[in-house]
Design a protein around this ligand. Sequence first.
Ligand SMILES: *Cc1c(COP(=O)(O)O)cnc(C)c1O
Length: 448
Amino acid sequence: MTSQPPSYPYAAPASEAWFERASAVIPGGVNSPVRAFRSVGGTPRFMASATGPYLTDVDGREYVDLVCSWGPMILGHQHPTVLEAVHEASRRGFSYGTPSENEVLLAEAIVNRVEPVEQVRLVSSGTEATMSALRLARGFTGRSVVVKFAGCYHGHVDALLAHAGSGVATFALPDSAGVPASSAGETIVLPYNDVRALEETFARRGDEVAAVITEAAPGNMGMVPPAPGFTAALRRTTREHGALLISDEVMTGFRASAAGWYGLEGPTVHGSPDLFTFGKVMGGGFPAAAFGGRRDVMAHLAPSGPVYQAGTLSGNPVATAAGLATLRGCTPAVYERLEQAAHAIADGVTAELSAVGVAHTIQWAGSMFSVFFREGPVLSYADAQGQDTAAFGRFFHSMLSQGVHLPPSAYECWFVSAAHDDAAVDRVLAALPAAARAASAEDARIGA
Ligand SMILES: *Cc1c(COP(=O)(O)O)cnc(C)c1O
């Protein structure tokens, strides 16, 4: 076996040409690392358009989209009411640099859905949301240390790029260059789902800890939901030591359920998180994100309080119109369809991988799931790293060659939308047998 990428059954000449041009003027040819196909090999597809559950690339090839922009496109691409809301908002101007109505409506929509969130501040990316939540927690507590968990990704915030998942997992970087030791030095990284490690850390350094930040149900090392009692242990330990608990729902928010992972797990016996972060779905495909929580904590933000935080495009009227229309469109029927489509696909994956003897396990958080190419259960980042990423790469390319666009990494969730109807799901199911054979390496030729 070599680490050469497999030979592909068809070329993507227009994508290849664009990728070459891109690579001349954009580092690595992409504006976010996981878009490059580094871990699976080959050339990323340049997309020209998207409708419903489908993407069309610059070569004119259509794919069933199982990335959904990494979560935001929960209603499918170009959903008519979101499209209309964006048209309507943009006809009234793109950005005012003043308060505007949609900001209030979107903030209300978030506060109404997630019970412990009393106030939110809107920002433009999940990274900004977690970065600002950390600053607020430090300002509120007057402490500096932050505890995070290995495999949890919270955006590319300096202090949180230690043992992060997502693209960092894909590239197996333990850390990022350019993050000062002083910044990483304020971060304690613990194994996920390990209550003893948490308690030992707090016993030693609890009075220095400003906050514990965790993905509500980690989805950036593949889906690793909290073991029963883990979230409660986080809440109990932080409360006992006067630290805040920040629940990062950028990925799970408004997707795992209408109220995100919180809607599924509810308050723990020791209470709810103090702060939450949101992004992805709440922007409907536009740059919009938020952090929020307890009113007394949020009161520490400028202009009311001493913790500075700002943004030229924060609460942008077009982005908030898209987010608001998306949240309003997330009816119970939408979540029902997400579950149906996700389970139909996951059942197919299990059946076909089992038929050819490929070790795998599928883990869930509501309608969100990921496929690990190893036996389960996967409880931590160390467990996730035990998977057969080469098998995933062969599987990925077979699916791609058959018109199914999966996340190009074994460490990512697969995303469906409410627009994934039976026809789209059937296309995925039809591609699975050959992809499973490719994963098992029984077929030398990918996509056979
Ligand atoms: C995507 C993600 C982020 C970062 O959001 P960006 O908008 O990419 O900056 C933060 N936390 C979690 C859990 C995410 O999934």
